[in-house]
Design a protein around this ligand. Structure first.
Ligand code: PXL
Length: 262
């Protein structure tokens, strides 16, 4: 069985962060390990508080996992502080496995998930990633990205890693709303189109998407196949969401995995 590691934060409401990552790993039948970076007290309406894990303890978790397991891929999510980013960089810089980095800034409910002084530092991790997965907001904060901004696209094309910018909502020629993800890899641009689901149940979609890509890369899929499958998985997980909570509800990982087999 392939082993995939998530380095991320805990979401007490179970929909995002480490909890979403483990549910995603189960869905793809890979074994999930976790290195916790922060604990959040939150529910579907927002984050109340964040408690960071000591960087030295983050390092110990990493060492214990790698000492015992052959890790096939890593997903990196919420890191929050400079100390934790520095520790992760030191550890991953010599690894030779796929790394999917979700540059987490802000939750779906609008809470800040990265301290202000750590934004530049997080960019130093991009050199070691296979792919980064910013949403529209994160791409704007990182690259000043907007549709057709050539300056931003040039910056993205110069990165060593691939970049997929998620969730641009556009109309296609049949006047249907689509969610478009754009992949920048070397000099090529690929668009992935999914029907847009107008749902409040989107808590944890970003975490689950990056974990699904990591799981599929560990399984030996190409980046293109991993993205295609992960997109279908997230679409189904929103469609089959359990509809819980008063805010942005969690998604349905189990039902999505069953429907992937259809
Ligand atoms: O989706 C971003 C994210 C990542 N990590 C944790 C979170 C969230 C969003 O709520 O709680 C722990």
């Amino acid at each position: 069985m392939k082993v995939v590691l998530s380095i991320a934060g805990s979401d007490s409401s179970g929909g995002a962060g480490i909890q979403a990552d483990l549910k995603t790993f189960e869905a793809f039948d890979v074994f999930g390990c976790t290195v916790l970076t922060v604990l959040t007290a939150q529910n579907t309406t927002g984050v109340k508080s964040i408690s960071t894990v000591d960087a030295s303890f983050v390092k110990e978790q990493l060492e214990m996992v790698f000492e015992d397991f052959e890790v096939g891929a890593i997903k990196i999510g919420m890191l929050f502080s400079n100390e934790i980013i520095d520790t992760i960089r030191e550890f991953i810089k010599d690894l030779n496995i796929p790394i999917v980095l979700d540059p987490v800034f802000i939750s779906k409910a609008g809470s800040m998930l990265l301290s202000q002084d750590a934004i530049l530092n997080m960019k130093t991790l991009f050199d070691y990633a296979t792919i980064i997965t910013p949403n529209q907001f994160e791409a704007k904060a990182l690259f000043n990205y907007e549709k057709n901004s050539n300056e931003a696209i040039d910056k993205i094309k110069k990165l060593k890693c691939a970049t997929i910018i998620k969730n641009a909502i556009e109309m296609n020629k049949n006047q249907e709303e689509k969610s478009i993800d754009t992949l920048y890899l070397n000099q090529t641009i690929t668009k992935y189109e999914t029907p847009f689901l107008n749902s409040r149940n989107t808590h944890g979609t970003g975490c689950s998407f990056s974990s699904a890509i990591a799981a599929n890369l560990a399984l030996g899929k190409s980046l293109d196949e991993a993205i295609e499958t992960s997109n279908r998985f997230i679409y189904n997980a929103i469609k089959y969401a359990p509809n819980l909570g008063k805010g942005k509800g969690p998604i349905g990982h189990k039902k999505a995995s069953l429907s992937l087999q259809d």
